[in-house]
Design a binder for this molecule. Sequence first.
Ligand code: GAP
Length: 449
Amino acid sequence: MTAKSMDELVSLCKRRGFIFQSNDIYGGLKGLYDFGPMGVELKNNLKQAWWKSMVYERDDIEGLDASILSSPIVFKQSGHEDTFTDPLIDCRSCKSRWRADQLADGACAKCHSKDLTDSRPFNLMFKTSIGPVDDGTSFAYLRPETCQQIFTNFKNILDSTNRTVPFGIAQIGKAFRNEITPRNFIFRVREFEQMELEFFVEPGTDDKWHKYWINSRYNWWINQGISKKNIELKKVSKDELSHYSKETIDIMYDFPHGKEELEGIANRTDFDLGSHTKNQKDFEISSKVIDNQNSTTKLAVQNINDKKWFIPFTIEPSAGVERGVLALLNEAYTEDKKNSRIVLALKSHLAPIKAAVIPLKRNNDKLVSYAKNIKENLQKVGLGRVILENTGNMGKNYRRHDEIGTPLCITVDFETLEDDSVTIRDRDTMNQQRMESKDLIKYYKKYFD
Ligand code: GAP
């Protein structure tokens, strides 16, 4: 099941501490959101699942965490200074601003006036000044995508790890875009996180690797709990392709507001390393790179057979964390009419809280101390957050934990004090079983295996 509307998700997210409008107490700041106690856990679990599958479970990918502030030269060479723009139109009547493609009928979407300016390119990159003097000469960009610093670190990583192609560099981190019209909750925002892999391959093997990563990324989302009927692959048309791409396949998800991009998998050819390398003329570069007179480093590898140096091609799966969270919340949102409850049926590895330990009576020293001990032991297993709920109201606790997706609730009652047994309730089936406390850890580990 999925949510019936975006409003249902927005309401759940606020009510249960997943996502809040940023700067809320001062009226909010458009296009920015804060992740609350449940949101930060869900987001971390999603990022961890990605990192595990990209870095830990493979032997051909290294990790990176590079700086957000970047030299303007990086974005000159990447093409962003000249081309990372959206077409902007102003309404002269109500002063609102629009992206040209949002005004299909040539009228302002707010006041319906036709008194509009011509469309002009608006660069989406945020600038900030660097150092104590803001004289406009020394500025930096807040990166609009995480991958450029992967390219600039290519040689550092090659040299420090002895890798050669095919191999990849993975990074998760913040990206910033001054979107003209942020919208649809956390779908299009001005500050977000990306999970990006740049996978470097020998020219000629790029189509094969592109197919491999499309397949791999599609299956990964299915394994996170996205149902096949809500996800599809779409080839980006030639006129919509980014300047660096030879071919891009988008993974499209059926969000509550419509079918839109969740992740893009691009064949970026040799454009990026070719644009950032020194001595460009020494290499056979197939793409139309940006002339580089500043780079100090050769971003190339040597063919082991003929010893010729070449610029690798890059295959890039790039996913948005916020869009992933939105898709997963939507997939998991279940209205269980029979039992008058909302259940967030998240896969257990993504659930913000793995187990809630609940003493039947609030502030009862013996029950609370017994429950605390269970909580501490389960927490030590290291599978994620375990919580002690010392609120006493079982009905309310079950309702809350169903809505935040806690797979297991463990109740400590007066019988526990006599026979060392507890009750475990399963989120999805609502089944309750009695179990000896000594068997809990084994059961818990097996459940999340
Ligand atoms: N490095 C390639 C790149 O950045 P992109 O298609 O512009 O490509 C990749 O972005 C992913 O980042 C998108 O598929 C989307 O999930 C996410 N994303 C992009 N802009 C976003 C925004 N304004 N708000 C939230 N997520 C965004």
